[in-house]
Design a protein around this ligand. Sequence first.
Ligand code: ZN
Length: 166
Amino acid sequence: MRCPWCGHEQDRVVDSRTTESGAAVRRRRQCLSCSRRFTTFERMEVVGLTVIKRDGAKEAFDRAKLIAGVAKAIKNRPVTEQQVANLADRVEEKLRRRGPAVTTQEVGIEVLGQLRRLDDVAYLRFASVYKDFQELTDFEREVGILLQKRDTAAAPKAGTRSRTRA
Ligand SMILES: [Zn+2]
């Protein structure tokens, strides 16, 4: 790390500690040339999340858009703004774990999964808008198929975790 005082490029770390609940590492460094100290912060790069639409077009994940979609579904329902914010947090977290690219179907399924716990009516409303289905049975069948696909896709990853027995 280049010394901000003299421009020398070598230093030693004199102290290192995590901050922001583990989200960042703060390092106190001492320049090997002028001996003055400076601080660096190291944090995880925020990785972009891409949503792939049905027509193949890609767009950046938009939390506001997700919330707007949920807001329509919860209209006149006993669901608070805070609950919607929490829902958006959970959905985004799950999608990021699966990312860097997810399909609109995956986004929809995650939202549905969270809405189902929150409010049945909101869940059904979102489901009907999301899939534009006339009949609930159609929708449930579709979700079942999608969930199966997702589980199949996730299977190889799970396999790598299992250890070979000696
Ligand atoms: Zn220096």
